[in-house]
Design a binder for this molecule. Structure first.
Ligand SMILES: *Cc1c(COP(=O)(O)O)cnc(C)c1O
Ligand SMILES: [Zn+2]
Length: 411
């Protein structure tokens, strides 16, 4: 039903062993679904009676021992029709898939429920990751539930406050590296080899298998079709890879007729993939010192760059970069038009869409889904910094009346 295959040379590795990379060419491994056998396991009628969740699609996920499943209610997030925002941007059909509604507040939970279930199937006792924040928060929660020890490497001073609080309260061993995310990742890769930790970073192919269910859900929520376009932030590029895999699997299983144009967005100070796309290059040029307010996508050497470029090119999609200013203003726009508070990295999909519409690169009639990857409360500091301050007064009704007359009524 499932096998593990190298994305470059196609050689196969055992799905029951701990391997992250191809032993022949060292490239990444991908779970391969046997489509003929999968077809027998897909029952749309059975699906229609089940609530939306990652585990609704268990027939298409490589989990072998159901007694090992570790779940705290992931997936089943809202696909919100955004007419106010659509009007503002000048498009007809716009939705936001709000992944902040997951248990720890980001899409990372979709991957971790599968990844940590896999860790239990493999009988490991300790798991680890390097993280810009949300992977850490999610792994810390799922490993607590699974009674596994958890070690987390984060770049010192570079992760949002809410995410740090989460990793700490869930009881992970948090180690801060005096360096950036790319440094933390290369250290955890080395440490996992010598110390025997099970790695749950983006190179782990099982996380992608959980994350692909977001694409399944979108098709399900739209009434069994894919949108014309999916707009998604890119950091390490695992998520765009997962969505593309999910849409393609549904397409190949005959569950949907068309595929979306995959549209990736990176922050302009951290955009190796989009730059390569725009310049028509085959490979990326890593960014040594990536900079952006959107810490979740502040990654200079994305692990999954190759598959992200395949997704964009194969789907006839696009890539766009956005500045920090554009990100912050899109974050505020989404909150004020739709009541959805997302973190800066998530708002980059809205910012990218806005830019592409203004550049005339997108047909206004398209049905568009923007992925909002994480909850706004993850990063309260940036929201507070860029909004107008509250009005501070003495507890005096007369002053209050003056303020209301002067400020609120006037507006
Ligand atoms: C992890 C993350 C991203 C980037 O996803 P990749 O799979 O690394 O491309 C974007 N936004 C948020 C909120 C994230 O947590
Ligand atoms: Zn290989």
């Amino acid at each position: 039903m499932f096998s593990l295959r190298c994305i470059s040379c196609g050689s196969e590795e055992s799905i029951d062993e701990i391997v992250y990379r191809c032993r022949r060419c060292n490239d990444l491994l991908e779970v391969q679904l046997d489509l003929e056998r999968a077809k027998e396991r897909v029952d749309k009628r059975e699906w229609s009676s089940k609530p939306l969740s990652v585990w609704k699609y268990i027939g298409l996920i490589p989990v072998f021992d159901k007694s090992k499943i570790v779940t705290i209610g992931e997936g089943g997030t809202g696909l919100h029709r955004c007419d106010n925002l659509a009007e503002e941007l000048g498009v007809k059909n716009l939705y936001v898939k709000n992944e902040g509604e997951n248990p720890t507040g980001s899409f990372k939970d979709r991957g971790m429920t599968i990844g940590v279930t896999k860790a239990r199937e493999l009988n490991v006792s300790e798991v680890a990751c390097a993280s810009t924040g949300n992977t850490a928060a999610s792994l810390a929660a799922y490993s607590a539930k699974a009674r596994l020890r958890c070690m987390i490497l984060i770049p010192h001073g570079a992760i949002a406050l809410g995410k740090l609080a989460q990793a700490m309260i869930y009881g992970a061993k948090v180690i801060e590296i005096k360096g950036n995310f790319d440094d933390a990742l290369s250290m955890v890769l080395d440490a996992s080899k010598s110390l025997g930790l099970y790695l749950l970073n983006s190179i782990n192919p099982f996380r992608i298998e959980g994350q692909k269910t977001a694409a399944f859900e979108i098709c399900d929520q739209l009434g069994w079709h894919a949108p014309d376009r999916l707009v998604i932030p890119i950091g390490n590029a695992g998520n765009i890879t997962a969505y593309w895999k999910g849409f393609k699997e549904f397409y190949e299983l005959g569950l949907i007729k068309g595929l979306p144009m995959m549209t990736g967005v990176q922050a302009s100070g951290s955009s190796p993939i989009i730059r390569a796309i725009k310049e028509g290059k085959k490979t990326i040029q890593p960014v040594k010192d990536p900079r952006t307010i959107a810490s979740a996508i502040r990654i200079g050497r994305p692990v999954n760059w190759k598959r992200a470029m395949i997704a964009i090119r194969e789907s006839d999609g696009k890539g766009e970069t956005v500045t920090d200013e554009e990100i912050i203003s899109a974050q505020r726009l989404l909150a004020r038009k739709e009541g959805l508070f997302v973190e800066p990295a998530s708002a980059s999909s809205i910012a990218g869409l806005k830019k592409l519409i203004e550049l005339g690169e997108i047909d206004r009639e398209e049905e568009i889904v923007c992925v909002a990857t994480g909850h706004g409360l993850k990063d309260p500091d940036s929201a507070i910094e860029y909004c107008e301050e509250p009005i501070l007064i003495e507890p005096d009704l007369k002053i209050l009346r003056e303020v209301i007359e002067g400020v609120v009524i006037k507006v």
